[in-house]
Design a protein around this ligand. Structure first.
Ligand SMILES: Nc1ncnc2c1ncn2[C@@H]1O[C@H](COP(=O)(O)OP(=O)(O)OP(=O)(O)O)[C@@H](O)[C@H]1O
Ligand SMILES: [Mg+2]
Length: 248
């Protein structure tokens, strides 16, 4: 009798869960579609503002200068909106995975090659500590490149006067770890408690989708992400992923 009861509970929970998942998928796809639809008119607006700006730049009356300033402000707002839409679409699209057994060291090395010139410009020293003989993990390479991009951008923004960005890989207890460590401003406990909330940002031009996207990507890979941070000292994000099953 009891067993029967819990069996029914289990079934209805599964049904609830499926219903919620399909509702979630529908809302996500609607929101993604909306963001996409806003993009085209927005780029028309931006283009026309560029043309207006060119016209106004020729004139030199005070009135034209005032107009140019306002149009420039509007144009900047377009750039911010475009970035918000891009970030949002990236967040909404996580879900379709193209997973393959991969070497995290290779991912990190590829990312460093890509990021090095920018880091040099900003006085950021990249310090890799890549453990040899790392087991493979099942990842979507492109999405993990985005994880590294988002975390490094945060690190970079926390080190406006430069610093060290350490990238570590290691293996422990059937998990492969990827740590991203910076010597930047660090976070207060309050910021840490909100950092994964969608649209939470302490930056004037942040959309607050960087970390939520990172957490979502790590989550769909069956991994976890932890953060240690101290104001004035720096921040460590630690990502763990299950070791890929050996092929049968
Ligand atoms: N490495 C870091 N050092 C210090 N603070 C950080 C770090 N990473 C994240 N934060 C804090 O967490 C907040 C949320 O980060 P998140 O990446 O989600 O958004 P954002 O960087 O503000 O905006 P976006 O990434 O969308 O441009 C940041 O505004 C910042 O306050
Ligand atoms: Mg960010």
């Amino acid at each position: 009798m009891d067993a029967n009861h819990s069996h029914h509970d289990h079934q209805s929970l599964t049904r609830d869960n499926e219903r919620l998942q399909s509702q979630y998928a529908e809302i996500a796809s609607l929101a993604g579609g909306l963001a996409h639809e806003i993009r085209n008119p927005l780029s028309t607006i931006a283009l026309n503002l560029d043309l207006l700006r060119e016209d106004l730049a020729v004139g030199d009356s005070p009135r034209e200068r005032r107009m140019l300033q306002k149009v420039t402000t509007l144009r900047k707002q377009c750039v911010d909106l475009e970035r918000l839409l891009t970030d949002f679409l990236q967040f909404a699209r996580v879900g379709t995975l193209n997973q393959q057994p991969a070497d995290l060291n290779q991912l990190v090395q590829q990312f460093i090659d890509f990021y090095q010139p920018q880091a040099d410009d900003l006085g950021i020293e990249i310090s890799p500590h890549l453990s040899a003989n790392l087991p493979l993990v099942n990842i979507d390479f492109r999405l993990f490149h985005q994880v590294l991009t988002n975390l490094s951008r945060n690190a970079q923004q926390a080190m406006p006067r430069g610093g060290v960005l350490e990238l570590q890989t290691y293996c422990r207890d059937d998990q492969v770890f990827l740590d991203i460590i910076d010597t930047g401003d660090g976070m207060s406990p309050e910021t840490q408690s909100k950092m994964f909330d969608t649209f939470f940002s302490t930056k004037s031009e942040g959309s607050g989708l960087g970390l939520p996207t990172v957490r979502k990507i790590v989550g769909v890979h069956g991994g976890t992400i932890h953060c240690d941070s101290e104001l004035g000292r720096g921040t460590r994000f630690s990502i763990s992923l299950p070791v890929a099953e050996a092929p049968q």
